[in-house]
Design a protein around this ligand. Structure first.
Ligand code: FE
Ligand code: FE
Ligand code: FE
Length: 217
C-alpha cells in the first residue's frame, strides 16, 4: 500500500490539469478508465473540481448577499453581511488567480447545487417571516449554514493542496478559510443579542395573542 507521505509531490511546481502527468509512483494520472467506464480521477482532478465548486458558490453569494443585507433588521447584521460581501468578492478573485495559475477555464465551472439550495432556503425566510428580530435569527442560521459549507470546502481544499505540495495555493485558500471562520464567529456574537430580542418579541406576541383570545371569549 502506498502511504500518504510517499504520495506527496512536494516540489511546489504547479501542474495544469490538462497536462498529461505520471505520478512519482509511476501510475498514469487521468487518462485511465476503470472497468465501470468512469474516468479515473486523480487528486489533482479532485482539487480542480473542488475549486470550481467553491468558485460557483462564491459567485452565487455575491449575488445573494446584498439582498440578505437589505433584509436584515439589526444594523450589526446588515454590516456583517455587507462586510462579508466585500470579502466574498476578494475570495472569488483569489480563486480566479488560482484558476489562471492552474490553467483552469473560469467558464468551465459548473453550478454548486448545495449553495443554490442554501441560498434558496435563505430567500424562503424573507417570504415566510415578517421583518424583525425573529427573522434576523432565521437569517443568521441560514448564513451560518452557508459559512459552514464554505469552511468544509476550503478546509478540504487546503488539505488537498497540502498533500499535493501546492503550498502557495494552499496558503491563499487558507486566508479565505480564516475569513469564513471569522464570519461564523461574528454571526455567533450577533446572534446573542438578536436571539435575546427575538425571544422578547416572541413572548410579547404570545401575550398579545392570549389577551386577544381572552377578550374574544
Ligand atoms: Fe466565501
Ligand atoms: Fe458544492
Ligand atoms: Fe462566506
Amino acid at each position: 500500500m502506498t502511504t500518504r507521505t510517499q504520495n506527496k509531490n512536494r516540489g511546489g511546481r504547479v501542474q495544469t490539469s490538462s497536462s498529461s502527468r505520471v505520478r512519482s509512483n509511476g501510475s498514469k494520472s487521468q487518462t485511465q478508465k476503470s472497468s465501470s467506464g468512469k474516468k479515473q480521477k486523480t487528486l489533482e482532478n479532485l482539487l480542480e473540481d473542488g475549486l470550481k465548486d467553491i468558485y460557483s458558490a462564491e459567485t452565487q453569494l455575491i449575488e445573494a448577499l446584498p439582498e440578505m443585507a437589505k433584509a436584515a433588521y439589526s444594523e450589526d447584521l446588515q454590516d456583517a453581511f455587507t462586510n462579508h460581501l466585500n470579502e466574498t468578492k476578494r475570495q472569488a478573485e483569489r480563486i480566479e488567480k488560482i484558476f489562471s495559475r492552474l490553467g483552469i477555464e473560469k467558464s468551465d465551472t459548473k453550478k454548486c447545487e448545495a449553495m443554490e439550495g442554501l441560498i434558496e432556503e435563505g430567500q424562503n425566510i424573507l417570504e415566510e417571516y415578517e421583518e424583525g428580530s425573529v427573522r434576523d435569527s432565521a437569517l443568521i442560521i441560514a448564513a451560518q449554514k452557508v459559512e459552514h459549507y464554505e469552511i468544509a470546502a476550503y478546509g478540504s481544499l487546503c488539505e488537498l493542496c497540502d498533500v499535493l505540495g501546492y503550498n502557495q495555493i494552499g496558503s491563499t485558500l487558507g486566508r479565505s478559510l480564516d475569513e469564513e471562520k471569522n464570519t461564523d464567529d461574528i454571526l455567533n456574537d450577533i446572534a446573542q443579542d438578536v436571539n435575546d430580542d427575538a425571544y422578547e418579541m416572541s413572548e410579547q406576541d404570545k401575550e398579545g395573542q392570549e389577551s386577544q383570545s381572552d377578550s374574544n371569549q
